[in-house]
Design a protein around this ligand. Structure first.
Ligand code: BES
Ligand code: ZN
Length: 455
């Protein structure tokens, strides 16, 4: 065992306690009521980067939530990695479904439960812990390390892209490293080779100037909630195909090789169905589940509300109906073009009797890795050393919008070495991180530094 892995083993409880500290800060980025918590989380990260051995750690104000930058550049001539992650988290509701408080990190059966445990605070800290382990046990690190930890990932990273463009020199690196995805499963380590993009819209349909008595007026007007239901069901066919004209025009088709590679993964539809508790799976006809999630676009309602939703009955025709819909996109779909196509289509098919407003909330590009890069091979060796098995490659359905920006602006390969698990309950009640994943993840991050240095 190397001195670095010995250090990491010895410091398990120290690193776990530190993770719990940051998990206690409710840094929910979408909610202005948590502004002070966001700042506290940013300061915590800044301080931790310094304590881990970064010779520079600072907060950058951009008008949005603060960006934390840190660096240790004590290995001149060696490669430089840029570790990206986020300290912001998703809202906690429905809060009543949490077994313990979302910001009271609690261990149960080898897992640590808290909002942000896997997405993404636990995964950020594996790299901070890895740098600390190298510096503490060897007095040096085999690569130069930069950190870029933001507070707006969960709301679309609006201020980060301009920051990256303005700070190309500061962020220059040989590889970007991101741990904000999941492994294929606990027994199957993986590297993520593709992410979907996103287009997120909010629709508002207004029927009348006020709510109406459903007896006095029912039958004489279009109910916007009914109209919303019609509209939404018109967006997707029974075969799972999205019915917006032009929607698939730019979609890069799956190659035979990619289909074979996805088909070779140890996936079982039945296991997958049972794990999420669905009576049956459903998706676009002609594609497998892994293809549907990783390589084909999708369209879903994220929220829908109108009229009376309290206890009991109230007879009313609501004046307004709302829905939030998101489209997950694949290479080469453009989020702004898709927003335009879908908005135009919604306006074209909505009945005359409602006023339609569509707001574009945020979006991001899909991304795909080039598999034959030496940095990806280095990551493969690091994962194999930490998890005892060579990783498989998989495409994930989630989005990390800034990854495409990194590839474009910094012209560096991105390594997506996530150590989460598919049942971590991201964005849901009882989010957790598996502690054995956290501990092995620190090893993988430390080995990655060695393997990247090796070339
Ligand atoms: N960590 C996730 C993305 C993810 C999760 C990718 C699992 C692959 C596997 C990230 O924090 C996230 O949730 N991103 C948002 C981005 C959006 C708000 C712009 C997403 O995908 O919904
Ligand atoms: Zn997330």
């Amino acid at each position: 065992m190397s001195v670095v892995s010995t250090y990491l083993k010895k410091n398990r409880s120290k690193h776990l306690e530190e993770l719990k500290e940051i998990l206690r800060i409710p840094s929910v980025s979408t909610d202005p009521a948590h502004k002070a918590d966001i700042l506290e989380a940013a300061k915590w990260i800044e301080a931790r980067l310094g304590a881990a051995g970064c010779t520079r750690a600072e907060i950058h104000e951009t008008g949005g939530h603060p960006i934390v930058y840190g660096e240790w550049l004590g290995a001149p001539g060696a490669p430089t990695i840029l570790v990206y992650g986020h300290y912001d988290v998703q809202p906690v509701d429905p809060i009543e479904l949490w077994n313990t408080g979302p910001f009271e990190p609690t261990e149960r059966a080898g897992k640590l439960y808290a909002r942000g445990a896997a997405d993404d605070k636990g995964q950020v800290l594996i790299h901070v812990n890895a740098l600390e382990a190298h510096l503490q046990s060897n007095g040096t690190c085999p690569v130069n390390v930069k950190f870029l930890i933001e507070g707006e990932e969960e709301i679309g990273s609006e201020h980060l892209a301009p920051f990256i463009k303005k700070n190309r020199k500061l962020l220059a690196c040989d590889a970007v490293v991101v741990s904000d995805t999941s492994m294929f499963d606990k027994k199957t380590p993986s590297l993520c080779t593709g992410l979907r993009g996103l287009c997120y819209l909010q629709i508002e349909l207004t029927g009348t100037k006020r709510d109406l008595h459903s007896g006095c007026f029912g039958g004489a007007v279009v109910n916007p909630a009914n109209a919303m239901a019609d509209l939404i069901s018109a967006l997707k066919g029974k075969n799972g195909k999205i019915k917006v004209p032009g929607f698939y025009d730019d979609v890069v088709k799956l190659t035979r090789a990619e289909r074979n590679s996805l088909a070779s993964l140890p996936h079982s539809d039945e296991k997958y169905r049972r794990e999420i508790g669905a009576p049956a799976l459903f998706g676009e006809k002609g594609y497998t589940t892994l293809e549907r999630v990783g390589a084909r676009p999708s369209l879903d309602v994220n929220g829908i509300w109108s009229g009376f939703t309290g206890e009991g009955a109230k007879t009313v025709i609501p004046a307004v109906a709302h829905a939030k819909i998101s489209m997950r996109l694949v290479p080469n779909q453009s989020p702004s073009k898709i927003a335009r196509l879908v908005t135009d289509h919604i306006k074209a098919i909505a009945p005359e009797s409602v006023k339609v407003k569509v707001k574009n909330l945020h979006g991001g590009d899909a991304w795909m890795a080039s598999l034959d890069h030496p940095a990806i091979r280095a990551a493969g060796r690091a994962v194999e050393r930490a998890f005892g098995k060579a990783p498989v490659f998989n495409r994930e359905g989630g989005s990390i919008p800034i990854v495409a920006t990194f590839s474009r602006v910094l012209a560096a390969p991105c390594i997506l070495m996530g150590i989460g698990l598919p049942d971590d309950a991201l964005h849901a009640p009882n989010e957790k991180i598996d502690l054995s994943q956290f501990y092995k993840g620190r090893d993988a991050a430390a080995y990655l530094m060695e393997e990247i240095a090796r070339g």
